[in-house]
Design a protein around this ligand. Structure first.
Ligand SMILES: Nc1nc2c(ncn2[C@@H]2O[C@H](COP(=O)(O)OP(=O)(O)OP(=O)(O)O)[C@@H](O)[C@H]2O)c(=O)[nH]1
Length: 530
């Protein structure tokens, strides 16, 4: 007999709410004292669902029980030979076999699950066995304690083995034993001495049997409810997952799901595929890496660092590279999550290339001198100050260049020619510069040049080259020969100087000094020694 936890030995009040609800969620069907569902439709669903197991046990019971009952005829023969009681007992045993076969048929392999029919067939078979046992006692015309013990053994196996499908199954077993005692005492006049020992065993078998059967019935039903709940949860989870997957796919915002550890792309949604991989080169999971799509490694590591530190990054504007090699601008936001039990990153992208280009065009406009195409004053200071902040090992130098007697050009040839002179001067200066130098027109006929990592000596040489390139070859404008000269002030910045202002003041003084000293000159700022 199966052991069970101590608390289940005590008869229970109906576990309608608490336990089954705790195990199976709010709306669990109530279970009664006998471990059966209180509602018929719940019992029906339970048997229907566990049909293969329940039917297998009952068809074995029907077939074996019926055959064993028939085999009892051999014992009848040894007792009764070919007397009339032998034949009517044979008829009774055949009837029990028929009921057993009926139970087998209802529960046969492949049969349609019919819980109500199965319940009836089981009750009929049990009734048949009880009636047959009583008639055997009657046919033998005597009562022996061995017959009583055999009956109790059958009862004990029934409690342990037969699945209880209705309260009738519980009541029939003690009813069968009670009928045995009534028959033994009332019909066969058995002595109380013989019956008392059997009565103690019978009470023990029935009390233990009821508890075992009720415990088994309850455990089976609770397990079934738990399984139902889990299956429901799984179904709901699968539905939620499929909805999410669908939403992910059709979401108009480009979304990329990637592994956090190596950046391997697990999935693009349609919009992200169209944006980052228009030629659909990476349709298989793992065939692309998120890092491939960043145009700027620094932006990529900023996003990665933020994800590691806070679990999310952005929104931030990032330049990206599509799989076809085009640069695009996106506003990127990313957050860490778990996917397939691994750390993953969901990145959303909003393309802002047009906006960015408009912004850049606008910025260029506000930073550019419309006449010469050089930086204007604002643009020059923004660019040069940015370079100044990043100056590390060698200090930069600054030139301030002013056209000499420019007013005379305007006066002599008109403003339009003056404009062209400014453009040609800008071109000549530009031609003398290296890549990385920054030149701007910061006043009417005044230019500034920022020379990153340039010594005063080199800056002086460059300034003089510029001066000579203008003074040695007069400008030619619409057939006019316009000789021009430049006065240039030169200064070097100190490492650690945070703005250009002081340096510009020094260069301006040096340039003014050059004017004073006769123009067409390069002068160094005071305290600057070559
Ligand atoms: N054509 C033209 N002239 C300009 C522009 N901006 C400023 N100017 C003129 O440049 C001249 C500057 O004259 P000044 O400040 O007296 O200087 P300068 O004649 O070059 O004499 P010094 O600087 O002392 O050598 C003025 O006549 C301005 O009108 C411009 O964009 N186009």
């Amino acid at each position: 007999m199966t052991p069970w936890p101590r608390r289940s030995l005590e008869p229970r009040s109906a576990v309608s709410g608490s336990e089954s609800a705790r195990l199976t969620g709010e709306a669990s069907p109530p279970i009664g004292r006998l471990g059966l569902f209180l509602r018929r439709q719940d019992e029906h669903a339970y048997v229907h669902d566990l049909w293969p197991d329940i039917a297998a046990r009952l068809r074995l019971l029907g077939l074996l029980g019926g055959l064993v009952c028939l085999l009892g005829s051999i014992v009848d023969w040894t007792q009764l030979h070919d007397s009339p009681p032998f034949f009517w007992l044979l008829a009774v045993r055949l009837a029990v076999l028929a009921l057993g076969l009926y139970l087998w048929r209802v529960a046969r392999p492949g049969a349609v699950a019919r819980p109500a029919q199965l319940r009836t067939a089981l009750i009929l078979f049990e009734l048949g066995v009880i009636v047959a046992l009583r008639l055997v006692n009657l046919g033998y015309g005597e009562f022996s304690p061995y017959q009583g013990l055999t009956g109790l053994l059958i009862v004990a196996s029934a409690y342990a083995f037969v699945p209880m499908l209705s309260p009738v199954n519980f009541w029939l077993l003690p009813l069968g034993t009670a009928s045995l005692f009534i028959q033994a005492y009332g019909w066969h006049h058995a002595s109380w001495r013989d019956l008392s020992a059997l009565l103690v065993i019978a009470l023990y078998v029935h009390i233990l049997g009821w508890m075992t059967a009720a415990h088994n019935a309850r455990s089976g039903r609770l397990l079934w409810l738990e399984r139902q709940r889990l299956e429901k949860e799984m179904r709901e989870r699968r539905t939620a997952e499929s909805n999410l997957r669908h939403l992910f796919e059709v979401c108009p915002v480009p979304l990329v799901l990637s592994q956090q550890d190596n950046g391997s792309v697990l999935r693009f949604n349609r919009a992200a595929q169209a944006l980052l991989d228009p030629e659909r080169r990476h349709t298989e999971p793992g065939s692309a890496y998120a890092s491939n799509f960043y145009a700027d490694a620094r932006a990529r590591s900023a996003v990665t660092d933020a994800l590691k530190a806070r679990g999310e990054a952005g929104p931030v504007d990032v330049r990206m590279l599509t799989s076809s090699g085009n640069h695009i601008h996106v506003m990127l936001a990313a957050s860490s999550l778990r996917y397939d039990n691994k750390a993953a990153v969901l990145t959303s992208l909003v393309e802002i290339t047009d906006r960015k280009q408009r912004e850049q065009a606008l910025t260029r406009m506000t930073q550019t001198d419309a006449l010469t195409g050089l930086y204007n004053r604002r643009g020059f200071f923004e660019r040069a100050n940015a370079l100044l902040q990043s100056a590390r090992d060698q200090a930069p130098s600054l030139l301030l260049i002013d056209a000499d007697h420019f007013k005379r050009v305007n006066d002599a040839h008109g403003h339009a020619v003056g404009d062209t002179v400014l453009v040609q001067l800008a071109n000549r200066m530009n031609a003398a510069l290296r890549e990385g130098d920054v030149i701007g027109r910061i006043g009417g006929e005044e230019f500034a040049v920022f020379l990153p990592a340039t010594s005063l000596e080199n800056a002086y040489e460059l300034a003089d080259r510029i001066r000579l390139s203008v003074s040695r070859h007069a400008l030619r404008i619409q057939g006019l020969r316009v000789p021009m000269t430049l006065s240039i002030g030169v200064t070097v910045l100190q490492l650690g100087e945070s703005t250009l202002e002081a340096a510009l003041g020094r260069a301006d003084t040096a340039m003014y000094q050059a004017k004073q000293n006769g123009r067409n000159r390069v002068d160094l700022a005071a305290a600057s020694v070559l």
